[in-house]
Design a protein around this ligand. Structure first.
Ligand SMILES: Cc1cc2nc3c(=O)[nH]c(=O)nc-3n(C[C@H](O)[C@H](O)[C@H](O)COP(=O)(O)OP(=O)(O)OC[C@H]3O[C@@H](n4cnc5c(N)ncnc54)[C@H](O)[C@@H]3O)c2cc1C
Ligand code: SF4
Length: 474
């Protein structure tokens, strides 16, 4: 068994230190477990993945090479190049960690895929949460409407803490020391995701037993003091192939029989077999690198690279990024992604930032989530979502406690206390009015824009806000 610790992969971006701790730690623990099980393992540091494979082939002269279908286009191209360079056959098997195959998106959901249909198809095929007649348990395929509650009026959600590894884990500490000289986003110091199948099972069990019930209603809610809310923290082990998604979805569905509320169970199953597979399908469905529907060419806001910020919502998300390489979904979409959408950050610059910032990042998940979902940049052709996830400070105010005590006021679009999200939101609508005007789902937002009589002042404020975001003064 060959595993390559590629110096290029570890150093190509200023990653969160916890990404290196998670990925290298998972590889080294897996190598040790395979050796204990009788495999001969070559865990090989090398300048690049290709160099590692070629060096291994030179040293060991294998008769053939078997590899799982890579989870990225560049990985697939690399396997093709290696197959041509090596004198032995290279066999590509099924991808690890997915329920669907590249190409299944349109096969299941048609040429203009939408998540709801795709999810129904996958759920039906797997027999998840179905009643005796093959219909959805609880009478509906989606309980989304129940799963959008604002947070309770207290600092913490008050659910039992997630499974977390031993903070003094010696391998984690050794990897932190070993990688300390590499450029990094934040100091790190807290691994929060499982790095072995055993740890991943423990994390899943703890989530299902103690946290799942609150997952549904508070899926979209944010609290400044509660970094994990009721999220599962399973994306890392799922993406690393430590936990099969089918087992996760089946265990989630089985929680219904133990009394978990149907809205929470359905909400969780939807994330794992719906959104996760939908994103995987979209990754293979279109090119991402140059997509830029809104022709955005701005920089990543300086606060995201570590400049101090007075935006309390951004500060809370960045605290998670810098310490753990983790922020939950709504922080990623409606705070960090929304800020970059409204500020006009270039999609690929945003993608590289997300890649550096999160422990669970990889090409397939990054590109559709950032370029498609957060930045609505996936043109030409039908996109992943039918409208941009653009929101003013009013959304963040409703769904979090961040605005209380913030230096800014989410209701103000101009003046010294104007919330950057609010000024930028109205400016975004005005800037892209022609394109958005063709979209019936944006009609209400554009009618509200037309009612504003202070648009010139709002747009001047937004221009100043964009400069401040770029320079690190917001
Ligand atoms: C801009 C942006 C960037 C993102 N970057 C990543 C990333 O780098 N890696 C990553 O795995 N996910 C990413 N996501 C998706 C999602 O935010 C994370 O999977 C989730 O926050 C991980 O935390 P969790 O395990 O506690 O998730 P939970 O909220 O507990 O959800 C359960 C599981 O559902 C899956 N899931 C839910 N939504 C998605 C989605 N949109 N895409 C893929 N899987 C999903 C994940 O496997 C997750 O573990 C991103 C989303 C956005 C909007
Ligand atoms: S006022 Fe604006 S910047 Fe401050 S927390 Fe609320 S949304 Fe964020």
């Amino acid at each position: 068994m060959l595993m390559v610790e590629s110096a290029h992969a570890l150093g190509r971006l200023p990653f969160t230190p916890e990404r290196r701790v998670l990925v290298l730690g998972a590889m080294r623990r897996t190598a040790a477990a395979l050796e204990r099980a009788g495999w001969s393992v070559d865990l090989r540091p090398a300048p690049t993945l290709a160099a590692g494979v070629l060096a291994h082939a030179g040293d060991h002269r294998p008769a053939r090479i078997v590899v799982a279908h890579p989870a990225s286009r560049s990985g697939l191209a690399l396997v093709g190049r290696l197959a041509r360079a090596l004198p032995v056959p290279v066999e590509v098997r099924e991808p690890v960690g997915f329920l669907t195959r590249p190409g299944d998106l349109t096969a299941l959901a048609g040429p203009r895929p939408r998540m709801d249909r795709f999810y129904r198809e996958v759920r039906s095929a797997l027999g998840l949460l179905l009643d005796a007649g093959g219909g959805p348990v609880g009478g509906r395929w989606s309980f989304d409407a129940e799963n959008r509650r604002p947070p309770p009026r207290r600092p913490l959600l008050d659910v039992p803490a997630p499974w977390l590894p031993d903070p003094a884990d010696p391998l984690d500490a050794a990897i932190r020391r070993e990688t300390a000289a590499l450029p990094a986003l934040g100091p790190g110091g807290e691994r929060v995701m499982a790095a072995t199948p055993v740890e991943a099972r423990a994390a899943l069990e703890r989530f299902l037993t103690h946290r799942l019930a609150a997952f549904g209603p508070f899926e979209d809610a944010m609290l400044t003091e509660d970094w994990a809310m009721s999220h599962s923290l399973l994306s890392g082990p799922l993406n690393l192939g430590l936990l099969p998604p089918r087992a996760v979805a089946e265990a989630g569905a089985a929680a219904l029989a133990s009394g978990a509320p149907v809205a929470s169970v359905e909400g969780f199953v939807r994330q794992v077999v719906g959104w996760r597979e939908y994103v995987w399908g979209w990754y293979w469905h279109r090119p991402w690198r140059r997509a830029n529907r809104l022709e955005a060419d701005g920089p990543v806001p300086a606060a995201l690279w570590g400049a101090p910020t007075r935006m309390r919502c951004v500060g809370a998300a960045m605290d998670g990024v810098r310490r753990r390489g983790y922020a939950h979904h709504i922080q990623r979409l409606m705070v960090l992604g929304n800020l970059m959408l409204l500020a006009g950050t270039a999609p690929w610059a945003a993608t590289r930032w997300f890649w550096a910032a999160f422990v669970d990042a990889s090409a397939w998940v990054m590109a559709p989530n950032v370029v498609g979902m957060a930045l609505w940049a996936d043109a030409p052709g039908p996109g992943m979502t039918t409208k941009p996830y653009a929101a003013s400070g009013a959304y963040i105010r409703r769904m979090s406690d961040h605005c209380t005590g913030c230096a800014y006021d989410p209701r103000q679009a101009t003046g010294p206390r104007a919330c950057p999200f609010t000024s930028l939101y109205w400016d975004f609508l005005a800037r892209h009015r022609t394109l958005l005007g063709a979209n019936p789902r944006m009609a209400l937002a554009l009618r509200n824009l037309d009612r504003r009589d202070d648009l010139a002042a709002v747009r001047a404020q937004a221009a100043a806000t964009r400069d401040a975001l770029a320079a690190g003064g917001a």
